[in-house]
Design a protein around this ligand. Structure first.
Ligand SMILES: Cc1cc2nc3c(=O)[nH]c(=O)nc-3n(C[C@H](O)[C@H](O)[C@H](O)COP(=O)(O)OP(=O)(O)OC[C@H]3O[C@@H](n4cnc5c(N)ncnc54)[C@H](O)[C@@H]3O)c2cc1C
Length: 462
Protein backbone atom coordinates (compact mmCIF):
# COMPACT_ATOMS: atom_id res chain seq x y z
CA UNK A 1 0.00 0.00 0.00
CA UNK A 2 2.94 2.34 0.73
CA UNK A 3 4.35 4.89 -0.03
CA UNK A 4 1.87 7.23 1.62
CA UNK A 5 1.76 10.91 0.61
CA UNK A 6 4.67 12.93 2.03
CA UNK A 7 2.06 15.43 3.15
CA UNK A 8 0.16 12.81 5.22
CA UNK A 9 0.47 14.61 8.55
CA UNK A 10 -0.19 18.02 7.02
CA UNK A 11 -3.26 16.73 5.15
CA UNK A 12 -4.73 15.08 8.26
CA UNK A 13 -4.20 18.27 10.25
CA UNK A 14 -6.09 20.10 7.51
CA UNK A 15 -8.95 17.62 7.80
CA UNK A 16 -9.05 17.86 11.63
CA UNK A 17 -6.96 20.38 13.59
CA UNK A 18 -3.27 21.11 14.19
CA UNK A 19 -3.30 19.45 17.60
CA UNK A 20 -5.37 16.40 16.61
CA UNK A 21 -3.02 14.64 14.21
CA UNK A 22 0.42 13.64 15.43
CA UNK A 23 3.54 11.64 14.65
CA UNK A 24 4.92 11.97 18.18
CA UNK A 25 6.89 8.77 18.96
CA UNK A 26 5.24 8.23 22.33
CA UNK A 27 1.72 8.59 20.92
CA UNK A 28 2.57 6.28 18.01
CA UNK A 29 3.94 3.73 20.49
CA UNK A 30 0.71 3.83 22.53
CA UNK A 31 -1.21 3.04 19.36
CA UNK A 32 1.11 0.27 18.18
CA UNK A 33 -0.51 -2.38 20.37
CA UNK A 34 -3.46 -3.46 22.46
CA UNK A 35 -3.44 -5.38 25.78
CA UNK A 36 -2.40 -8.61 24.08
CA UNK A 37 0.91 -10.40 23.68
CA UNK A 38 1.02 -9.67 19.93
CA UNK A 39 4.07 -7.83 18.62
CA UNK A 40 3.53 -4.04 18.31
CA UNK A 41 3.75 -2.22 14.95
CA UNK A 42 3.88 1.58 14.79
CA UNK A 43 1.20 3.50 12.86
CA UNK A 44 2.50 6.36 10.69
CA UNK A 45 0.19 8.88 12.30
CA UNK A 46 -2.46 9.05 15.03
CA UNK A 47 -5.57 11.17 14.49
CA UNK A 48 -8.16 12.21 17.08
CA UNK A 49 -11.42 13.08 15.27
CA UNK A 50 -14.24 14.89 17.06
CA UNK A 51 -17.16 14.45 14.64
CA UNK A 52 -18.70 12.14 12.06
CA UNK A 53 -17.85 14.72 9.38
CA UNK A 54 -14.16 14.53 10.27
CA UNK A 55 -14.18 10.71 10.26
CA UNK A 56 -15.88 10.77 6.88
CA UNK A 57 -13.30 13.18 5.45
CA UNK A 58 -10.40 11.10 6.86
CA UNK A 59 -11.76 7.87 5.35
CA UNK A 60 -12.43 9.49 1.98
CA UNK A 61 -8.84 10.74 1.94
CA UNK A 62 -7.41 7.41 3.14
CA UNK A 63 -9.41 5.49 0.54
CA UNK A 64 -8.23 7.73 -2.28
CA UNK A 65 -4.59 7.25 -1.25
CA UNK A 66 -5.00 3.60 -0.15
CA UNK A 67 -3.81 4.30 3.40
CA UNK A 68 -4.73 1.74 6.09
CA UNK A 69 -7.00 2.99 8.89
CA UNK A 70 -7.17 1.20 12.25
CA UNK A 71 -9.94 2.39 14.60
CA UNK A 72 -8.75 2.64 18.22
CA UNK A 73 -11.14 2.72 21.21
CA UNK A 74 -9.60 2.04 24.63
CA UNK A 75 -7.00 -0.37 23.20
CA UNK A 76 -8.01 -3.15 25.61
CA UNK A 77 -8.56 -5.90 23.05
CA UNK A 78 -6.72 -9.17 23.41
CA UNK A 79 -5.94 -10.58 19.96
CA UNK A 80 -3.85 -7.81 18.38
CA UNK A 81 -6.94 -6.05 16.99
CA UNK A 82 -5.45 -2.54 17.25
CA UNK A 83 -1.96 -3.34 15.94
CA UNK A 84 -1.56 -1.36 12.68
CA UNK A 85 0.07 -4.25 10.82
CA UNK A 86 0.50 -2.17 7.65
CA UNK A 87 1.16 1.18 9.33
CA UNK A 88 -1.09 4.04 8.24
CA UNK A 89 -3.58 5.91 10.39
CA UNK A 90 -4.60 4.96 13.93
CA UNK A 91 -8.01 6.60 14.40
CA UNK A 92 -8.37 7.27 18.12
CA UNK A 93 -11.93 7.86 19.36
CA UNK A 94 -11.12 9.13 22.84
CA UNK A 95 -12.28 12.66 21.95
CA UNK A 96 -15.61 11.43 20.58
CA UNK A 97 -16.91 10.60 24.03
CA UNK A 98 -20.25 12.39 24.37
CA UNK A 99 -23.45 10.76 25.60
CA UNK A 100 -25.74 12.28 22.98
CA UNK A 101 -29.22 11.25 24.12
CA UNK A 102 -30.86 9.30 26.96
CA UNK A 103 -34.36 8.12 25.99
CA UNK A 104 -35.48 7.02 29.43
CA UNK A 105 -38.93 5.78 28.36
CA UNK A 106 -37.49 3.82 25.45
CA UNK A 107 -34.64 2.34 27.53
CA UNK A 108 -32.21 3.55 24.87
CA UNK A 109 -29.11 5.73 24.82
CA UNK A 110 -27.21 7.17 21.87
CA UNK A 111 -23.49 7.65 22.39
CA UNK A 112 -20.35 8.53 20.54
CA UNK A 113 -17.97 5.55 20.20
CA UNK A 114 -15.35 6.78 22.68
CA UNK A 115 -17.75 6.67 25.65
CA UNK A 116 -16.53 4.00 28.07
CA UNK A 117 -18.77 1.56 29.87
CA UNK A 118 -18.05 3.02 33.32
CA UNK A 119 -18.58 6.57 32.02
CA UNK A 120 -21.95 5.48 30.65
CA UNK A 121 -22.98 3.79 33.88
CA UNK A 122 -22.02 6.84 35.94
CA UNK A 123 -24.23 9.00 33.72
CA UNK A 124 -27.14 6.54 33.77
CA UNK A 125 -27.30 6.22 37.56
CA UNK A 126 -29.43 9.32 38.01
CA UNK A 127 -32.10 7.83 35.71
CA UNK A 128 -32.15 4.52 37.65
CA UNK A 129 -30.73 2.81 34.56
CA UNK A 130 -27.60 0.84 33.77
CA UNK A 131 -25.75 -0.75 30.85
CA UNK A 132 -24.94 -4.40 31.56
CA UNK A 133 -22.14 -5.43 29.19
CA UNK A 134 -18.98 -5.39 31.33
CA UNK A 135 -15.75 -6.70 29.84
CA UNK A 136 -12.98 -6.76 32.45
CA UNK A 137 -11.39 -3.58 31.07
CA UNK A 138 -12.98 -0.12 30.92
CA UNK A 139 -13.57 -0.51 27.20
CA UNK A 140 -15.19 2.00 24.83
CA UNK A 141 -18.65 1.36 23.41
CA UNK A 142 -17.16 1.56 19.89
CA UNK A 143 -14.60 -1.14 20.65
CA UNK A 144 -17.18 -3.24 22.47
CA UNK A 145 -19.55 -3.10 19.50
CA UNK A 146 -16.70 -3.86 17.10
CA UNK A 147 -15.65 -6.98 19.06
CA UNK A 148 -19.18 -8.08 20.07
CA UNK A 149 -18.00 -7.98 23.67
CA UNK A 150 -19.71 -9.63 26.59
CA UNK A 151 -19.00 -10.02 30.29
CA UNK A 152 -20.17 -11.29 33.62
CA UNK A 153 -23.79 -10.17 33.17
CA UNK A 154 -24.33 -11.54 29.67
CA UNK A 155 -25.88 -14.68 31.13
CA UNK A 156 -28.89 -12.51 32.07
CA UNK A 157 -28.88 -9.48 29.74
CA UNK A 158 -27.15 -10.78 26.63
CA UNK A 159 -24.07 -9.80 24.67
CA UNK A 160 -23.20 -6.60 22.80
CA UNK A 161 -25.01 -7.77 19.66
CA UNK A 162 -28.23 -8.04 21.69
CA UNK A 163 -27.93 -4.44 22.90
CA UNK A 164 -27.08 -2.50 19.72
CA UNK A 165 -30.23 -1.03 18.15
CA UNK A 166 -28.58 1.28 15.62
CA UNK A 167 -25.12 2.19 14.35
CA UNK A 168 -23.99 5.24 12.46
CA UNK A 169 -21.22 3.84 10.27
CA UNK A 170 -18.71 5.63 8.06
CA UNK A 171 -17.89 3.32 5.18
CA UNK A 172 -14.46 2.98 3.58
CA UNK A 173 -15.29 5.61 0.90
CA UNK A 174 -16.40 8.14 3.54
CA UNK A 175 -20.16 7.74 3.04
CA UNK A 176 -22.30 7.67 6.19
CA UNK A 177 -25.12 5.18 6.86
CA UNK A 178 -27.44 4.11 9.70
CA UNK A 179 -27.97 0.38 10.05
CA UNK A 180 -31.01 0.21 12.34
CA UNK A 181 -33.57 2.41 14.11
CA UNK A 182 -35.28 2.88 17.44
CA UNK A 183 -37.90 0.11 17.19
CA UNK A 184 -37.50 -2.91 19.48
CA UNK A 185 -37.91 -5.26 16.54
CA UNK A 186 -37.80 -5.08 12.79
CA UNK A 187 -38.06 -7.54 9.92
CA UNK A 188 -37.00 -4.95 7.41
CA UNK A 189 -34.26 -6.24 5.15
CA UNK A 190 -30.86 -7.73 5.92
CA UNK A 191 -29.70 -7.20 9.51
CA UNK A 192 -26.64 -5.08 8.83
CA UNK A 193 -26.35 -4.01 12.47
CA UNK A 194 -25.50 -7.61 13.35
CA UNK A 195 -22.98 -7.77 10.52
CA UNK A 196 -21.14 -4.65 11.69
CA UNK A 197 -21.19 -5.71 15.36
CA UNK A 198 -18.15 -7.95 15.71
CA UNK A 199 -16.53 -6.76 12.46
CA UNK A 200 -13.43 -5.50 14.34
CA UNK A 201 -13.05 -2.30 12.35
CA UNK A 202 -12.72 -4.20 9.06
CA UNK A 203 -16.04 -3.23 7.42
CA UNK A 204 -16.76 0.30 8.63
CA UNK A 205 -16.11 2.78 11.41
CA UNK A 206 -18.80 3.50 14.01
CA UNK A 207 -19.41 7.14 14.86
CA UNK A 208 -22.65 6.77 16.87
CA UNK A 209 -24.10 3.80 18.69
CA UNK A 210 -27.63 3.40 20.07
CA UNK A 211 -27.85 0.72 22.75
CA UNK A 212 -30.46 -0.74 25.08
CA UNK A 213 -30.22 0.03 28.79
CA UNK A 214 -31.99 -1.52 31.77
CA UNK A 215 -33.60 -0.53 35.08
CA UNK A 216 -31.23 -1.04 38.02
CA UNK A 217 -32.63 -4.08 39.87
CA UNK A 218 -34.36 -3.22 43.16
CA UNK A 219 -32.26 -5.74 45.06
CA UNK A 220 -29.06 -7.65 44.37
CA UNK A 221 -27.53 -10.43 46.40
CA UNK A 222 -24.00 -11.66 45.77
CA UNK A 223 -22.73 -15.08 46.75
CA UNK A 224 -19.68 -17.29 46.76
CA UNK A 225 -19.83 -21.07 46.81
CA UNK A 226 -16.90 -23.49 46.90
CA UNK A 227 -16.85 -27.08 45.62
CA UNK A 228 -14.55 -30.10 45.87
CA UNK A 229 -14.20 -30.28 42.05
CA UNK A 230 -14.58 -28.05 38.99
CA UNK A 231 -17.14 -30.48 37.57
CA UNK A 232 -19.39 -30.11 40.61
CA UNK A 233 -19.10 -26.32 40.39
CA UNK A 234 -20.07 -26.26 36.71
CA UNK A 235 -22.92 -28.72 37.27
CA UNK A 236 -24.22 -26.53 40.11
CA UNK A 237 -24.14 -23.45 37.85
CA UNK A 238 -26.13 -25.32 35.20
CA UNK A 239 -28.62 -26.48 37.85
CA UNK A 240 -29.18 -22.87 38.99
CA UNK A 241 -29.81 -21.77 35.40
CA UNK A 242 -32.16 -24.69 34.67
CA UNK A 243 -34.18 -23.90 37.80
CA UNK A 244 -35.05 -20.46 36.40
CA UNK A 245 -33.47 -18.64 39.35
CA UNK A 246 -32.90 -14.94 38.58
CA UNK A 247 -29.15 -15.21 38.12
CA UNK A 248 -27.47 -11.90 37.25
CA UNK A 249 -24.00 -13.40 37.04
CA UNK A 250 -22.35 -16.77 37.59
CA UNK A 251 -18.60 -17.01 37.26
CA UNK A 252 -16.27 -19.94 37.86
CA UNK A 253 -12.80 -19.35 39.29
CA UNK A 254 -10.41 -22.29 39.68
CA UNK A 255 -8.16 -22.77 42.76
CA UNK A 256 -5.01 -21.44 41.03
CA UNK A 257 -6.88 -18.27 40.13
CA UNK A 258 -8.34 -17.92 43.64
CA UNK A 259 -4.79 -18.06 44.99
CA UNK A 260 -3.89 -15.20 42.65
CA UNK A 261 -6.99 -13.22 43.73
CA UNK A 262 -6.05 -13.63 47.39
CA UNK A 263 -2.55 -12.32 46.71
CA UNK A 264 -3.70 -9.36 44.63
CA UNK A 265 -6.93 -8.29 46.35
CA UNK A 266 -5.97 -9.07 49.97
CA UNK A 267 -8.85 -11.50 50.28
CA UNK A 268 -8.75 -14.80 52.08
CA UNK A 269 -11.03 -16.98 49.95
CA UNK A 270 -10.63 -20.78 50.25
CA UNK A 271 -8.45 -22.01 47.37
CA UNK A 272 -11.03 -24.32 45.85
CA UNK A 273 -13.16 -24.33 42.69
CA UNK A 274 -15.49 -21.41 43.37
CA UNK A 275 -18.64 -19.93 41.88
CA UNK A 276 -19.08 -16.19 42.21
CA UNK A 277 -22.81 -15.50 41.97
CA UNK A 278 -25.18 -12.57 41.82
CA UNK A 279 -28.97 -12.62 41.88
CA UNK A 280 -31.03 -9.69 40.55
CA UNK A 281 -34.68 -8.98 41.42
CA UNK A 282 -36.93 -7.64 44.17
CA UNK A 283 -36.58 -8.36 47.86
CA UNK A 284 -39.40 -10.92 48.25
CA UNK A 285 -38.52 -12.81 45.05
CA UNK A 286 -34.83 -12.87 45.84
CA UNK A 287 -35.37 -14.31 49.29
CA UNK A 288 -37.09 -17.30 47.70
CA UNK A 289 -34.44 -17.52 44.98
CA UNK A 290 -31.57 -17.48 47.48
CA UNK A 291 -33.27 -20.19 49.58
CA UNK A 292 -33.77 -22.34 46.50
CA UNK A 293 -30.21 -21.67 45.29
CA UNK A 294 -28.90 -22.75 48.69
CA UNK A 295 -30.71 -26.09 48.36
CA UNK A 296 -29.37 -26.61 44.85
CA UNK A 297 -25.80 -25.69 45.77
CA UNK A 298 -25.89 -28.12 48.70
CA UNK A 299 -27.37 -30.80 46.49
CA UNK A 300 -24.50 -30.33 44.04
CA UNK A 301 -21.78 -30.80 46.62
CA UNK A 302 -20.98 -27.22 47.63
CA UNK A 303 -19.08 -27.42 50.90
CA UNK A 304 -19.28 -23.73 51.75
CA UNK A 305 -21.37 -20.78 50.56
CA UNK A 306 -21.95 -17.22 51.71
CA UNK A 307 -24.40 -14.58 50.52
CA UNK A 308 -23.98 -10.84 50.74
CA UNK A 309 -26.59 -8.13 50.07
CA UNK A 310 -24.63 -5.22 51.53
CA UNK A 311 -23.42 -3.18 48.54
CA UNK A 312 -19.85 -2.58 49.75
CA UNK A 313 -19.16 -6.27 50.32
CA UNK A 314 -20.84 -7.13 47.03
CA UNK A 315 -18.65 -4.64 45.21
CA UNK A 316 -15.52 -6.05 46.89
CA UNK A 317 -16.35 -9.55 45.76
CA UNK A 318 -16.92 -8.51 42.14
CA UNK A 319 -13.93 -6.23 42.10
CA UNK A 320 -11.78 -9.21 43.06
CA UNK A 321 -13.25 -11.21 40.17
CA UNK A 322 -12.92 -8.36 37.68
CA UNK A 323 -9.29 -7.74 38.60
CA UNK A 324 -8.30 -11.34 38.07
CA UNK A 325 -6.45 -10.85 34.79
CA UNK A 326 -4.51 -7.97 36.33
CA UNK A 327 -3.84 -10.16 39.39
CA UNK A 328 -2.00 -12.56 37.09
CA UNK A 329 -0.23 -9.74 35.21
CA UNK A 330 1.07 -8.17 38.42
CA UNK A 331 1.89 -11.57 39.88
CA UNK A 332 4.22 -12.44 36.99
CA UNK A 333 6.19 -9.30 36.13
CA UNK A 334 8.05 -9.59 32.82
CA UNK A 335 5.67 -12.21 31.49
CA UNK A 336 3.02 -11.68 28.82
CA UNK A 337 -0.58 -12.82 29.16
CA UNK A 338 -2.28 -15.06 26.60
CA UNK A 339 -6.01 -15.38 27.18
CA UNK A 340 -8.11 -18.08 25.56
CA UNK A 341 -11.88 -17.50 25.42
CA UNK A 342 -13.52 -20.55 23.90
CA UNK A 343 -17.26 -21.06 24.30
CA UNK A 344 -19.03 -24.43 24.23
CA UNK A 345 -22.50 -25.87 24.60
CA UNK A 346 -23.22 -26.02 28.36
CA UNK A 347 -23.31 -29.82 28.32
CA UNK A 348 -19.64 -29.89 27.18
CA UNK A 349 -18.37 -27.16 29.48
CA UNK A 350 -17.12 -29.06 32.52
CA UNK A 351 -15.22 -31.57 30.33
CA UNK A 352 -13.55 -28.69 28.49
CA UNK A 353 -12.55 -26.90 31.69
CA UNK A 354 -11.10 -30.06 33.25
CA UNK A 355 -9.21 -30.68 29.98
CA UNK A 356 -7.85 -27.10 29.91
CA UNK A 357 -6.55 -27.42 33.48
CA UNK A 358 -4.84 -30.73 32.65
CA UNK A 359 -3.17 -29.31 29.54
CA UNK A 360 -1.89 -26.25 31.42
CA UNK A 361 -0.51 -28.37 34.26
CA UNK A 362 1.18 -30.82 31.88
CA UNK A 363 3.05 -27.97 30.15
CA UNK A 364 4.28 -26.24 33.27
CA UNK A 365 3.07 -22.76 32.21
CA UNK A 366 1.59 -20.74 35.08
CA UNK A 367 -2.07 -20.00 34.45
CA UNK A 368 -5.62 -20.04 35.71
CA UNK A 369 -8.98 -21.17 34.38
CA UNK A 370 -12.02 -19.01 34.96
CA UNK A 371 -15.04 -17.89 33.10
CA UNK A 372 -18.56 -16.82 32.39
CA UNK A 373 -19.79 -20.36 32.87
CA UNK A 374 -23.47 -19.45 32.53
CA UNK A 375 -22.77 -18.76 28.84
CA UNK A 376 -20.51 -21.78 28.33
CA UNK A 377 -17.58 -19.36 27.95
CA UNK A 378 -14.33 -19.77 29.86
CA UNK A 379 -10.82 -18.30 29.83
CA UNK A 380 -7.42 -19.83 30.37
CA UNK A 381 -4.95 -17.18 31.42
CA UNK A 382 -1.46 -18.28 30.35
CA UNK A 383 1.58 -16.35 31.59
CA UNK A 384 4.67 -16.75 29.41
CA UNK A 385 7.98 -15.05 28.71
CA UNK A 386 7.88 -13.68 25.17
CA UNK A 387 11.70 -13.50 25.13
CA UNK A 388 11.80 -17.29 25.53
CA UNK A 389 10.65 -18.87 22.22
CA UNK A 390 10.20 -22.28 23.83
CA UNK A 391 7.88 -20.91 26.49
CA UNK A 392 5.89 -18.95 23.90
CA UNK A 393 5.54 -22.10 21.81
CA UNK A 394 4.23 -23.98 24.85
CA UNK A 395 1.60 -21.30 25.51
CA UNK A 396 0.54 -21.33 21.85
CA UNK A 397 0.32 -25.15 21.92
CA UNK A 398 -1.93 -25.06 25.02
CA UNK A 399 -4.12 -22.46 23.34
CA UNK A 400 -4.38 -24.64 20.24
CA UNK A 401 -5.33 -27.74 22.23
CA UNK A 402 -8.07 -25.89 24.11
CA UNK A 403 -9.46 -24.37 20.91
CA UNK A 404 -9.34 -27.69 19.05
CA UNK A 405 -11.23 -29.41 21.88
CA UNK A 406 -13.91 -26.67 21.80
CA UNK A 407 -14.32 -26.90 18.02
CA UNK A 408 -14.61 -30.69 18.18
CA UNK A 409 -17.46 -30.32 20.68
CA UNK A 410 -19.44 -27.83 18.59
CA UNK A 411 -18.04 -24.72 20.27
CA UNK A 412 -16.29 -21.62 18.95
CA UNK A 413 -12.66 -20.45 19.04
CA UNK A 414 -13.71 -17.13 20.57
CA UNK A 415 -16.75 -16.42 22.72
CA UNK A 416 -16.08 -12.71 23.15
CA UNK A 417 -12.58 -11.41 22.40
CA UNK A 418 -12.77 -11.81 18.64
CA UNK A 419 -10.39 -12.94 15.90
CA UNK A 420 -7.91 -10.06 15.51
CA UNK A 421 -4.57 -11.55 14.47
CA UNK A 422 -4.35 -14.42 16.95
CA UNK A 423 -7.43 -16.44 16.01
CA UNK A 424 -7.31 -16.12 12.21
CA UNK A 425 -6.11 -19.67 11.73
CA UNK A 426 -8.94 -21.04 13.86
CA UNK A 427 -11.58 -18.97 12.04
CA UNK A 428 -10.49 -20.79 8.89
CA UNK A 429 -11.23 -24.13 10.57
CA UNK A 430 -14.44 -23.05 12.30
CA UNK A 431 -15.98 -21.36 9.28
CA UNK A 432 -14.26 -23.01 6.31
CA UNK A 433 -17.53 -23.09 4.37
CA UNK A 434 -18.52 -19.44 4.91
CA UNK A 435 -15.05 -17.89 4.63
CA UNK A 436 -15.42 -17.24 0.86
CA UNK A 437 -18.70 -15.42 1.59
CA UNK A 438 -17.01 -13.36 4.31
CA UNK A 439 -14.30 -12.39 1.81
CA UNK A 440 -16.94 -11.29 -0.70
CA UNK A 441 -18.56 -9.11 1.97
CA UNK A 442 -15.21 -7.56 2.90
CA UNK A 443 -14.39 -6.96 -0.77
CA UNK A 444 -17.64 -5.14 -1.45
CA UNK A 445 -17.53 -3.02 1.73
CA UNK A 446 -13.84 -2.16 1.50
CA UNK A 447 -12.53 -2.75 -2.05
CA UNK A 448 -9.13 -1.15 -1.33
CA UNK A 449 -8.67 -3.12 1.93
CA UNK A 450 -7.87 -0.01 3.93
CA UNK A 451 -9.94 -0.91 7.01
CA UNK A 452 -7.85 -2.66 9.68
CA UNK A 453 -5.99 -4.75 7.08
CA UNK A 454 -4.67 -8.17 8.07
CA UNK A 455 -7.32 -8.72 10.75
CA UNK A 456 -10.09 -11.36 10.88
CA UNK A 457 -9.57 -12.60 7.29
CA UNK A 458 -6.64 -12.37 4.89
CA UNK A 459 -7.54 -10.71 1.61
CA UNK A 460 -4.21 -11.62 0.04
CA UNK A 461 -3.14 -8.32 -1.53
CA UNK A 462 -2.90 -6.06 1.49
C1 LIG B 1 -8.25 -7.44 31.76
C2 LIG B 1 -9.14 -7.59 30.59
C3 LIG B 1 -10.32 -8.27 30.72
C4 LIG B 1 -11.17 -8.40 29.62
N1 LIG B 1 -12.36 -9.06 29.79
C5 LIG B 1 -13.21 -9.16 28.74
C6 LIG B 1 -14.49 -9.78 28.90
O1 LIG B 1 -14.85 -10.24 29.97
N2 LIG B 1 -15.30 -9.83 27.83
C7 LIG B 1 -14.93 -9.32 26.60
O2 LIG B 1 -15.73 -9.37 25.66
N3 LIG B 1 -13.72 -8.75 26.43
C8 LIG B 1 -12.87 -8.64 27.46
N4 LIG B 1 -11.66 -8.03 27.29
C9 LIG B 1 -11.26 -7.56 25.95
C10 LIG B 1 -11.62 -6.09 25.61
O3 LIG B 1 -11.85 -5.33 26.76
C11 LIG B 1 -12.84 -6.07 24.69
O4 LIG B 1 -12.53 -6.72 23.48
C12 LIG B 1 -13.37 -4.68 24.38
O5 LIG B 1 -14.59 -4.81 23.72
C13 LIG B 1 -12.43 -3.82 23.54
O6 LIG B 1 -12.87 -2.48 23.59
P1 LIG B 1 -11.85 -1.28 23.37
O7 LIG B 1 -12.60 0.00 23.48
O8 LIG B 1 -10.68 -1.42 24.23
O9 LIG B 1 -11.52 -1.52 21.86
P2 LIG B 1 -10.09 -1.51 21.15
O10 LIG B 1 -9.21 -2.52 21.76
O11 LIG B 1 -9.60 -0.13 21.05
O12 LIG B 1 -10.52 -2.01 19.69
C14 LIG B 1 -11.05 -3.29 19.49
C15 LIG B 1 -11.44 -3.47 18.04
O13 LIG B 1 -12.52 -2.61 17.74
C16 LIG B 1 -12.21 -1.74 16.65
N5 LIG B 1 -12.84 -0.46 16.94
C17 LIG B 1 -12.64 0.35 18.01
N6 LIG B 1 -13.42 1.43 17.92
C18 LIG B 1 -14.14 1.31 16.77
C19 LIG B 1 -15.11 2.11 16.11
N7 LIG B 1 -15.51 3.28 16.61
N8 LIG B 1 -15.61 1.68 14.93
C20 LIG B 1 -15.23 0.50 14.39
N9 LIG B 1 -14.31 -0.29 14.98
C21 LIG B 1 -13.78 0.11 16.15
C22 LIG B 1 -10.69 -1.70 16.62
O14 LIG B 1 -10.19 -1.40 15.34
C23 LIG B 1 -10.33 -3.11 17.06
O15 LIG B 1 -10.41 -3.98 15.95
C24 LIG B 1 -10.80 -7.86 28.37
C25 LIG B 1 -9.59 -7.17 28.24
C26 LIG B 1 -8.76 -7.04 29.33
C27 LIG B 1 -7.48 -6.27 29.17
Amino acid sequence: MKPFPETLLFDLKQLTADDRATTSESVLALHSKDESHHTPVMPDVVVFPVSTEEVSAILKYANEHKIPVVPFGAGSSLEGHCVPLKGGISLDFSQMNQILEVRVEDFLVRVQPGVTRTQLNQALKKYGLFFPVDPGADASLGGMAATNASGTMSVRYGIMRDQVRDLEVVLADGSVIHTGGLAAKSSSGYHLTSLFVGSEGTLGVFTEITVKVYGIPETMVAGRATFPTVKEAVDAAIALLSAGISIGRVELVDPVSIKQVNKHSETNYPEKPTLFLEFHGNEAGLKQDVDFATELLEGHGSDQFTFESESKERAKLWEARHNLAYAFKHGYPGKEMMLTDVCLPLSELSGAIVYAREVIDQNGIPGGVLGHVGDGNFHSILMFDKRDPEEEQKALAINEKIVTYALQKGGTCTGEHGIGIGKKKYLKVEHADTLPLMKMIKQSFDPNHILNPGKVIEMGNE
